[in-house]
Design a protein around this ligand. Structure first.
Ligand SMILES: NC(=O)c1ccc[n+]([C@@H]2O[C@H](COP(=O)([O-])OP(=O)(O)OC[C@H]3O[C@@H](n4cnc5c(N)ncnc54)[C@H](OP(=O)(O)O)[C@@H]3O)[C@@H](O)[C@H]2O)c1
Length: 188
């Protein structure tokens, strides 16, 4: 029988890298470190191997549909499915952070439209694509972990009541949610 398998996206550094390290110690099965850049990912794998751990590697750029499909096909043919998915990959414009801390750096902040479009593309639409492609191969009793941010709650507090009500309504479906994010990010 094929071993169980866990996949962590955006795992060449940061929180994703640490999740792979921890899963390698606790998960009874193969742990796949994925990264959009092959060499950064393989360097991360080597670091963990030097610690006596045994992560596997597969390339995954969540913003590239064909890359997501390649990972799905690999998982299906090698493991016959997927047991754990950690949706960790995401981007944050550093200048956005700096602007909150130092108002004098405001001039280096890209236009809001550009920040909104690129951030929503990766953090929402690309992560959604990963779910849509990989969910069909999840095995019964599998687990999915979606990384979130306190910034989401903070942003809701700064949004009009009408939008907040729509976003938090119990009957919102994925098509309506996509529509809202398209409208916000100017991607349609
Ligand atoms: N750190 C925090 O305080 C904090 C707080 C709230 C939420 N989060 C969330 O937690 C997650 C990890 O945060 P972090 O602090 O560890 O961030 P990080 O150090 O910047 O790591 C982000 C990871 O995502 C990868 N990534 C970016 N775009 C990708 C793409 N298109 N395809 C595949 N991988 C991609 C990056 O790869 P490259 O190295 O190639 O860029 C990197 O490996 C993110 O989703 C972030 O929004 C973090």
């Amino acid at each position: 029988m094929a071993p169980k398998v866990a996949v962590v996206t955006g795992a060449n550094k940061g929180i994703g890298f640490q999740i792979v390290r921890d899963l390698c110690k606790r998960f009874e099965g193969d742990v796949i470190l994925t990264s959009r850049d092959d060499s950064r990912g393989k360097t991360a794998v080597e670091t963990l191997k030097k610690e006596g751990l045994d992560p596997k590697y597969h390339q995954l750029d969540i913003n590239d549909h064909s890359s997501v499909v390649r990972l799905r096909d690999f998982l299906q043919s090698t493991y016959g499915g997927l047991d754990v998915l950690v949706n960790n990959a995401g981007i944050l414009y550093e200048s956005e952070l700096f602007s909150q801390i130092c108002s004098e750096t405001l001039e280096i902040v890209p236009p809001f439209g550009e920040v909104a479009k690129n951030t929503c593309q990766v953090n929402f639409f690309a992560n959604l694509d990963v779910c849509e492609v990989l969910f069909p191969i999840l095995r019964p009793h599998s687990r999915v972990c979606n990384m979130s941010s306190g910034a989401g709650k903070k942003a809701l507090g700064e949004t009009s009541k009408a939008w907040t009500d729509r976003l938090l309504s119990a009957d919102i479906d994925i098509e309506e949610l996509k529509d809202i994010v398209h409208t916000y990010s100017g991607t349609r």
